[in-house]
Design a binder for this molecule. Structure first.
Ligand code: CA
Length: 245
């Protein structure tokens, strides 16, 4: 591994929802991190995100151990989770869909690889720069990208939460884009469900390192902030801090 020590902070809050359909996975030894946000209501969303949080880290770990390319390892893991969730969804009542988002990050050597499906996001915060590393697979975002909606219209669009790519989606024929970056000392990688990202802006993320150098403190702060601002969703964050040894 590159000469970084990584520190991790994680938190998932149920909020006012009757259950928590978000799941996360964070293993600093394996340098492997994930947030999944289940959909489907009642136990089905939990089952979908639970399958993602179990299958994806296991498959990524096995493929990397077999010396597979990290990008390919992640895509294989997403494909395997997709099939398992479709299979599990066959037992749900007719007319319901069961699925989950997933955003995954793994570090190998001097690269961090990030992939996402759905609208859970990964952000890189480097100094004053805040960069979203993932694309939201919502219909509103797609309409914004092709010029049909402005960014402002997309934010208030009824299509904002309708996803066209997620795990458990039988029509999902193309995998997620894998986005690599080279970490630098001081970087913060944030993985988050939309219960957070609907309620915090880039400016809020920019102050994270300065005000909350400890990742767990920052994770707690971000979740509290989203809840204070009225998030009625489950709120989940994984924060990874890269520091010089
Ligand atoms: Ca959510």
């Amino acid at each position: 591994m590159a000469d970084f020590v990584i520190h991790v902070g994680c938190r998932s809050a149920q909020g006012v929802r009757p259950n928590n359909e978000d799941r996360y996975f964070a293993d600093p030894q394996q340098h492997l991190f994930l947030v999944a946000d289940g959909m489907g209501g009642q136990e089905f969303g939990e089952q979908a995100s639970g399958l993602a949080a179990e299958i994806i880290p296991r498959v990524v770990h096995d493929r990397l151990a077999a010396k597979e390319d990290p990008g390919k390892a992640m895509q294989d893991a997403l494909t395997e989770a997709n099939l398992a969730i479709i299979q599990a969804g066959r037992h749900q009542p007719a007319g319901r869909r069961m699925g989950t988002t997933a955003v995954v990050a793994v570090q190998r050597e001097d690269q961090v690889y990030v992939a996402g499906l759905g609208d859970s996001r990964a952000y890189l915060i480097r100094g004053q720069r805040v960069e979203q590393l993932t694309v939201d697979h919502s219909v509103a975002k797609a309409l914004e990208l092709n010029g049909t909606l402005t960014a402002e219209q997309a934010r208030s669009s009824p299509w904002q939460h309708v996803l066209y790519k997620f795990l458990g989606c039988a029509e999902m024929t193309e995998g997620a884009e894998v986005r690599p970056f080279s970490p630098q000392a001081g970087d913060r990688l944030l993985l988050a469900s939309d219960g957070l990202t609907n309620h915090v802006a880039d400016d809020d993320l920019r102050e994270g390192v300065r005000v909350f150098p400890q990742p767990q403190q920052w994770a707690d702060h971000l979740v509290d902030l989203a809840l204070q601002r009225g998030s009625r969703d489950n709120v989940t964050v994984v924060v990874v801090a890269f520091e010089k040894e």
